[in-house]
Structures are given as C-alpha cells and as structure tokens.
Design a protein around this ligand. Sequence first.
Ligand code: PAF
Length: 284
Amino acid sequence: MEIFKEIEPIRAFLKTKKEQKKSVGLVPTMGALHDGHLSLIRASKAQNDLTVCSIYINPTQFNNPTDLAKYPKTVEKDIAMLQQGGCDVLFLPDNSTMYKKEGGLKLDFGVLDKVLEGEFRPGHFSGVALVVSKFFNIIQPDRAYFGQKDFQQFKVINRLVEELKFNIELPFIPTMREADGLAMSSRNLRLNPEERVKALIFFKSLQLGKEELLKGTSLSVVKNKVKSLFETTSGVRLEYFEIANAENLTVLENVGSSVNCIMLIAGFVGEIRLIDNMFVKDVK
Ligand code: PAF
C-alpha cells in the first residue's frame, strides 16, 4: 500500500493511474477502523481498479472539543488493517495540509443539516461537507463510500455531489453490526465493558420501534416506549428518537403507508455519544 501525506504527490500518483484508465474508489475515514470500514473497502475493491482510503480526524466537524480530543487514534493498527484488507493507497494528511487558513468556508444545506444530528451538533455537517469536498478535489474518485450508520451524512454528501456537480457515484452501503446488533462505530472503542452492554439499548430501541410500527402502533406511543426504555436504564441518555422520510429526512408526525421511513436515534452511554438508524418497511 502506498502512503501519502501531502497533496501534490498523491495527485501525481493518481494522475498516472487515471491516464491508464484505472477507476478510483475513495473511502474517507477518521481512522479507528473496524469491520464497518472494511466493508466499505470491500465494496470499493469490487467496483474500482484502485481503492484509496483517507484517515483524517477533521476538526471542523466537531462542535465538542472534548469529543475531538478523545476521538480514538489507532493509526498503526489502521495501517495494518488496510494492508490486510487490500487497500491500495492511504492518504494521511495533517491539519496544516487540509486547512491553510483559520475560519474556513461554511456550507448550508437548509433543513437537511438543521434537523436530527444538525440540531444537536450545529456546524457538524458544514465541516463534514467541507472536508469531503477537499478529498473529492484531491482524489477525484469515480465512486466514494459512506456507510448507512451515518445516514444523515450520506444524505448531505448526496446533496453536496448534486449541488457542486461532482462527477462521483455514491453507492449505498448498509450498516455493519456486531453479533449482538450494536452498530459498528469507532466510538465503540471508548466504551468500557459495562457501557458496551448498555450501548445495546440503541439497537433494541430500533427493533422495538420497527416491531411496534409494523403492528400499527402510533408514532407518539412508539416514541414514548423508547423514551421510557432509556429513562428506566441507568447510565444512558436519549437525545432523540425520530422517524423520518428516508428520501429527504423530513421528520414525520404520522407514518403513512406510502412513505419510505427510517428511524434515527442518538444518545449517550456515559459520556460517549452514539447514533444508529434502521428502515421501517411496510408501515401501515
Ligand atoms: O464518517 C466519517 O468518518 C467522517 O465524517 C468523514 C466522512 C470521514 C469526514 O471527516
């Protein structure tokens, strides 16, 4: 695997590959890699001649300095995983490579970046979209891979690609889960064994929500059930549990039969913030 830390050398390397008509897949990450990331690498390898992974903890998408400071850093292990996973190129820039000036650009996605995560993490999606745009310009991939676990991020990036006319496909890659259902996430590394068990409440809430909605239970009753599940479990805190139109992320008050719905949940186990989501099929 080739490793680049600077922009010009990776551009020159990829230019040669593109002249040889090689297609390029990009998997942007913030490191602390897990099987979820490897599933993105696998998808990219299946669809492209060359797979580029980036590891960069992007400061502009963190609205909480403690969260940024405590974000897991496991670069040596990540490099070994990428090598084993067959990644071809790693882009590993530092802050001065990615951001030359203080006070960067801000991107606004209207309602899409104000609801759900956007409400609790103001500015988060602007930071994500900014850094992803930089990666798109540097790597110029044919396809880029983002997991379902960050569903709102996937929607924001789709909008970004549409609005800025990036010629990049965004295949949809379903969430990878641990055997007990916990969605794979770099933040899981911060959970102690007791918190790891408690973190299952997110998956359980989504399962409960799906089951109840499919039975025809009203949205408000479902939300109350999830709320009380959190209230009766120590050491966890619900930030939101919402059901949204999966096309445009409009938060729904009623679930109609024609709408493709997705449940989205966020909250804390101790001081660690986790998110998850699940589609609701055939809701009456
Ligand atoms: O999903 C992530 O890990 C990050 O938000 C991303 C897309 C790498 C941008 O920093």
